[in-house]
Design a protein around this ligand. Structure first.
Ligand code: NAD
Length: 468
């Protein structure tokens, strides 16, 4: 079995302790590789390398940095099938989704950032003052397991393009994708120390990295709980943060719209990636009189679209959850929902087979005050809620500590009016497509800052006014 090293200062190096940790395939529950179990001294070495590399990287022209990122893009493109296979193996995402929704998404977003940076104004005038946008220095990129390639891409692309250097700490469940990314960066010939990667646990390595006095900006994607902890830990050093956190997004169906489409749009987000998507529309809001029709549409979707199976099988749409812990979390929420009085329309059980499989599950008779409607379950679970009038629909959708994504399906003018009133960073109106140049990020406890396109670049730059 292969064991992997950290990537520090342009070199592959073992954790100084020599320790390793296992990577498990969630479909087979077997150990498929081992990676470095890093500790504080490994983080110190990575941060020092990034700090030393910063002045020369910052001094390059934007065009020179774009050249390196274009080589990284080409490297991902050349290894895209291998990346999709590894994501399927360590995350359990079905291969068809790994190709398009994981690797394809990363390529689309990276390309969009490259297009946007070409027109980005790094200097502008405010009256007689020259306003200069400068990098922070060393960025700690701490990423989750659910999109193991793109969550790193969303951080390192803008951080590197704007002249920062980085230390990446990927999630412990899915480090293999991150290690291929590091190989691609190595082959792209970036100067040593500009990109560094250390694997290890969040509580040991992530926590120490974020707290490191030589880290100038923390860019974190993960749970709201850990995000809040990092926010408070950054306070004594007044350290800048980008936080991309949890969500509990609502799909609001308005009478007169295409109900089958609304159901499909919400269900897709809780099936793809096994519902382990921060922006999943896990609450479906429908008018009370449409409930029976909604149930029928859900059952039809389930029969036609849900194929549980091996992530590597081409027709699988629902694979295993990422880990035994995640499976337990989903099971616990199913019990909580039943105790709260919600009814299960479909699913509700783990599957009798090896791997961390859980049935696609839909709750009806859900009240928005229930924990299953308020807390992020992060599994293939949809909650259906009913409303009496539009004002109540908007109030229910907004009654959440989160505000990451959402959708409105209904007559176009009315749907747009509702979209304006929802407190969320992204909102899909009918079949409006996502753009990789649009900002991604949350209102309320879904985070601080935005990723993607020119908006993502701005978060990695600080402003200096020079009065001439
Ligand atoms: P998590 O918060 O448990 O872990 C995220 C990362 O932080 C991992 O690398 C982990 O090792 C590290 N970490 C854990 N404890 C830490 C600590 N004390 N200090 C520093 N680092 C620590 O999240 P997860 O389970 O990996 O991912 C799922 C969560 O991520 C969900 O809440 C989901 O909504 C969120 N998410 C948000 C977005 C977004 O863009 N808003 C995108 C994807 C996932």
């Amino acid at each position: 079995m292969k064991s992997h090293q950290n990537y520090i200062k342009g070199q592959w190096v073992s954790a100084q302790s020599g320790l390793l940790m296992d990577v498990i395939n969630p479909a087979s529950e077997k150990v498929i590789a081992q990676v470095a179990k890093s500790h504080h001294n490994d983080v110190d070495a990575a941060v020092e390398a990034a700090q030393k590399a910063f002045p020369a990287w910052k001094a390059l022209t934007v065009e020179e940095r774009i050249g390196y990122l274009e080589r990284i893009y080409q490297g991902i493109e050349a290894r895209k099938e291998e990346l999709a296979q590894v994501i399927a193996a360590e995350l359990g995402a079905p291969i068809s989704f790994s190709r398009s929704g994981q690797v394809g998404l990363a390529l689309r977003e990276l390309k969009a950032s490259l297009e946007e940076v070409a027109d980005f104004e790094f200097e502008e005038m405010a009256d007689q003052a020259k306003v200069v946008k400068e990098p922070y220095g060393v960025v700690a990129c701490i990423t989750p397991w659910n999109y193991p390639l793109n969550q790193i891409q969303r951080k390192i692309t803008p951080a590197l393009l704007t002249g920062n250097t980085v230390v990446v700490k990927p999630a412990s469940n899915t480090p293999l994708t991150a290690l291929i990314y590091a190989e691609i960066i190595d082959q792209a010939g970036l100067p040593a120390g500009v990109f560094n990667l250390v694997t290890g646990s969040g509580s040991e390595v992530g926590d120490y990295l974020a707290d490191h006095p030589d880290v100038d900006l923390i860019s974190f994607t993960g749970s709201t709980e850990v995000g809040k902890n990092l926010y408070s830990k950054a306070a004594p050093q007044v350290k800048q943060l980008v936080l991309e956190l949890g969500g509990k997004s609502a799909m609001v169906y308005l009478k007169g719209g295409d109900l089958t489409f609304a159901v499909k749009k919400a269900m897709d987000t809780v099936i793809y990636n096994q519902g382990q998507t921060c922006s999943a529309m896990t609450r479906l809001l429908v008018p009370e009189e449409c409930l029976e029709e909604t149930k029928e549409a859900i059952l039809n979707y389930y029969q036609e679209q849900v194929v549980v199976g091996d992530p590597l099988a081409e027709d699988t749409t629902l694979g295993p959850l990422v880990s035994a812990d995640q499976l337990k979390r989903v099971q616990d929420y199913i019990e909580i929902g039943q105790e709260e009085g919600a009814e299960i329309l479909i699913g509700g059980h783990p599957l009798e087979r090896p791997g961390y499989y859980f049935e696609s599950t839909v709750f009806v008779a859900v009240d928005n005050a229930m924990r299953i409607a308020q807390e992020e379950i992060f599994g293939p679970v949809l909650c259906v809620l009913t409303y009496q009038d539009l004002a109540q629909a908007i109030a229910i959708a907004n009654d959440s500590i989160y505000g990451l994504s959402g959708g409105v399906v209904g007559p176009a003018d009315q749907a747009l009016e509702v979209a304006y009133q929802l407190q969320t960073g992204n909102i899909f109106v009918n079949d409006g497509p996502r753009s990789p140049k649009a900002p991604f990020g949350g209102y309320k406890q879904s985070g601080l800052g935005r990723e993607n396109g020119k908006y993502g670049l701005e978060d990695y730059l600080q402003l200096k006014a020079i009065f001439l």
